[in-house]
Structures are given as structure tokens and as C-alpha cells.
Design a binder for this molecule. Structure first.
Ligand code: ATP
Length: 326
């Protein structure tokens, strides 16, 4: 394989706090190894449109603590087409790019895997998504920050819930995965947690509310992952309200605040380690792999596995939640 002289880095899919720290680490690690770096703005869309910017060490000064991504992110339908990827390749050729580091979720890795197969450009991925639903890594960049944001918000809602004897249904992000809801629910002492991975929660929820009512427990927090199978927080709250007329019910959808904010120390640390590992993997002639973090060690996982594999919620965590929520 020819020596890598210039790499490009992009952020793609949903943004996650810590992406800037990852870009910074990629840039500094590349420069350390005497490799030039360019950033591509707006993910694959910018690759197609030629949005390449040279990055120096100074360009990534003071970004480690910033949420979002200064390279900006996008979802690109055009990159899913052969023609779109051909344009992206032409731009990469014009900018003499030898290798690519992509920061995003499994869709981003899918795109990079296809691109790398079609054109001879090695690609390495860094998992950046708040959902933590990526197979092959214990943590994705952004999850810890999102979790802390949710915990802080719920603590505040709990104060008003208890002051007014209210039942709060709080919806958090997680279309396909309940990691945020489950872990935030445990961390906040939520009374019930509804996640997509668990079936048949309606009866259990009603029984639970009935028992709470009998026990004269007047305020409760019910955490709902947005993709859970009973519907969103509003829908579930309506169903419960129909059966329990005396409950004072409120709904709070936390929404996009979960994506923003300064990354936690852990996310900055994780992003820094993975950014360096991504560049070192490329120097080691690796391609089409994700650099992940398992049992406190950096690991290399083929894109195929991260895309096809499914990360399950651990049974032990579900038991902990069951024991502590009732
Ligand atoms: P998140 O977990 O935050 O949603 P993601 O990386 O999974 O992040 P996607 O929107 O699924 O987000 O994927 C990001 C981009 O990757 C897409 O907008 C598209 O450009 C590219 N991509 C996804 N799937 C493919 C595919 N099958 N072929 C080519 N490109 C793809």
C-alpha cells in the first residue's frame, strides 16, 4: 500500500458532543506523524460538493470543550448513489486524499465501507452518536454527555413533580435503543422505564401505577425512550390518563437539548483516544474498520460487524432497573 501523505476527516449523521474532540485528535495525531489533514464540511454532502478545508494544529485549538461539530454534519442521500460517490471520489482525487476518517454512526460506516470498496481509499470510522447503540464498542462518543444532560434535566423535573404531586412522563432520545432511558432512569431513580427492547409493557405499567396509587405515592417519574413500542410520552400519558382520572399527569419531551452542550470529561477522553487510534490504524494499513472502546481498551472492529451486529441491552442492567424501579 502506498504511503499515506494526506488524510481527510468528516463528521456525519446526527451530531454528538465530543465530535470536535475527535476531529482535534485526528488532526493532531496526523500532524504528529507528518501527515497532512483536511476537514470535509457537512459530511458526505460536502465531499460531493468539494467542501474541503486544510486543517492545522491551531485550527483545532479550543474546540475540545465545544459541543456540536465545527465541521458540521449532514445526511446525504446523494452519497447513497453511485453517481454521488463518483463525485466524492473525484474531489478526493483532486485534493490528493489518500485515506479517510469518518466520525458518525453505523450509516456513516456503511457509506464509508461501500466507498472504500468501490475506490481504493482506506477508511477508518470513529463511533460518534449519542444513542450508544453501536455494536463492537462499549461506548460511543456523545453518549456520556447526553446521559448527564438527561439526568440533570430529570433531577429538576423531579423537584416540581414532588412539589405538585404529579406523574411525569419524560421522553428521551432513542428511536431503536433504550440505552439513554435505561441508564438515566437508573441514575435518577425513575419509577418506571419504557424502552424499545422490552415488549408488553402496557399491562405492567398500569399495574405499577395502580400499586403506586394504592401506596399513596403521589409523584412519579416515568422515563420513555422515544422508540418504545407503546408510543411516545404523549401517547402513553393519554392512555394512562384514560384509566387513572385522579392522577395529575404532565409530559416533558427533552428533545434536542440531549444532543448539545459541552462534552463530559469522559467523552473528551474517549474521543481523544479514538482519534489517535484511527490515525494509527490507517498507518498500520488497516481499512474498513471502526476503532471502538471495549473493557477500557481500544479495539478494531470491521465495518461489516458494526453494521450487521446488534448491540443488546444487557440482561443484568434490565434486572437492576426492575429491582430499583418498583
Ligand atoms: P446516527 O446514528 O446519528 O443516525 P448515522 O451515521 O447512522 O448516525 P445515517 O443518516 O444513517 O446516520 O448515515 C449518515 C450518512 O451515511 C447518510 O446520510 C449517507 O450519506 C451515508 N450512508 C448511509 N447508508 C448508506 C449506504 N447504504 N450507502 C451509502 N451511503 C450511506
Amino acid at each position: 500500500m502506498a504511503k499515506i501523505k494526506k488524510i481527510a476527516v468528516l463528521t456525519s449523521g446526527g451530531d454528538a458532543p465530543g465530535m470536535n474532540a475527535a476531529v482535534r485528535a485526528v488532526v493532531r495525531a496526523a500532524l504528529y506523524h507528518h501527515i497532512e489533514v483536511v476537514g470535509i464540511e457537512h459530511g458526505y454532502e460536502g465531499m460531493i460538493n468539494g467542501e474541503f478545508i486544510k486543517l492545522s494544529s491551531l485550527d483545532v485549538r479550543n474546540v475540545i470543550q465545544r459541543g456540536g461539530t465545527f465541521l458540521r454534519s449532514a445526511r446525504s442521500l446523494e452519497f447513497k448513489t453511485k453517481e454521488g460517490r463518483a463525485k466524492a471520489y473525484q474531489n478526493a482525487l483532486d485534493h490528493k486524499i489518500d485515506a479517510l476518517v469518518v466520525i458518525g454512526g453505523d450509516g456513516t460506516f456503511m457509506g464509508a465501507g461501500i466507498f472504500s470498496q468501490e475506490y481504493d481509499i482506506p477508511c477508518v470510522g470513529i463511533p460518534g452518536t449519542i444513542d450508544n447503540d453501536m455494536y463492537g464498542t462499549d461506548f460511543t462518543i456523545g453518549f456520556d454527555t447526553a446521559l448527564n444532560t438527561v439526568v440533570e434535566a430529570i433531577d429538576k423535573i423531579k423537584d416540581t413533580a414532588s412539589a405538585h404531586d404529579r406523574t411525569f412522563f419524560i421522553e428521551v432520545m432513542g428511536r431503536d435503543a433504550g440505552f439513554i432511558a435505561l441508564q438515566a432512569g437508573i441514575a435518577c431513580g425513575a419509577e418506571a422505564i419504557l424502552i424499545p427492547e422490552v415488549e408488553g409493557q402496557e399491562e405492567k405499567l398500569k399495574e405499577f401505577i395502580l400499586s403506586q396509587t394504592k401506596a399513596k405515592k403521589t409523584s412519579q417519574i416515568i422515563l420513555v425512550a422515544e422508540g418504545n413500542n407503546l408510543g411516545g410520552a404523549h401517547e402513553i400519558a393519554n392512555k394512562v390518563a384514560a384509566d387513572f382520572h385522579d392522577l395529575s399527569i404532565r409530559v416533558s419531551v427533552l428533545g434536542h437539548i440531549q444532543r448539545g452542550g459541552s462534552p463530559t470529561a469522559f467523552d473528551r477522553y474517549l474521543a481523544s483516544r479514538l482519534g489517535v487510534a484511527a490515525v494509527e490504524a490507517l498507518l498500520d494499513n488497516q481499512r474498513s474498520i471502526m476503532v471502538g472502546y471495549t473493557n477500557h481498551e481500544v479495539v478494531h472492529v470491521p465495518f461489516n460487524k458494526t453494521i450487521k451486529g446488534h448491540r443488546n441491552v444487557s440482561a443484568e442492567l434490565l434486572t437492576v432497573a426492575d429491582i430499583l424501579t418498583i
